[in-house]
Design a binder for this molecule. Sequence first.
Ligand SMILES: Cc1cc2nc3c(=O)[nH]c(=O)nc-3n(C[C@H](O)[C@H](O)[C@H](O)COP(=O)(O)O)c2cc1C
Length: 176
Amino acid sequence: MKNGENKGVFQSISPEEIPGNTIRTIGRDWMLVTAGTKEKFNTMTASWGGIGHLWNKPVAFIFIRPQRYTFGFLEEQETFTLSFFGGQYREALTVCGTLSGRDVNKVERAGLTPHYTENGNVAFEEATLVLECKKLYADFFHKESFIDADIVRLDYPEEDFHKVYIAEIVNVWEKK
Ligand SMILES: Cc1cc2nc3c(=O)[nH]c(=O)nc-3n(C[C@H](O)[C@H](O)[C@H](O)COP(=O)(O)O)c2cc1C
């Protein structure tokens, strides 16, 4: 399939029905984290994150460095989306993971079509799976809390620690 050939209809499913192995889906296939409003939003590629169960809720967690343009949108909004794509969108995700929305219209450059949820969040028509998430908890990693100092040395030479966002998964849509 080429870009634009996966514009079927989204069907609501429960978080328990989320398909696939998320270590593979997030770590290998990547996702787009999108925050903002119909009028002004930004999206970026992420390959670090997870899906699980916490505080008796289905949750997603993402890790965002403060220098990302998307970071400001995540801070401002209570909600965000995670969009997952078929392999034919690898190039689109590479665009969204290497260029900044500060400099270019990444959505246009990546050939993606915004999809607006009823709650006013933004995802993408080309996605095969969309999670709508409501923030529950957020904090930066703290240097003194790392048990394995190699992680600080290797991943944070500039000490630009990620902020962790843990969010309730409030809606899930899948395209069969
Ligand atoms: C495969 C891939 C995975 C990435 N994962 C993350 C991530 O989990 N967290 C993060 O802060 N940045 C991650 N990035 C980097 C951002 O996507 C990248 O800096 C992007 O250009 C930020 O865009 P923005 O400035 O428009 O927000 C990743 C990049 C790629 C290519």
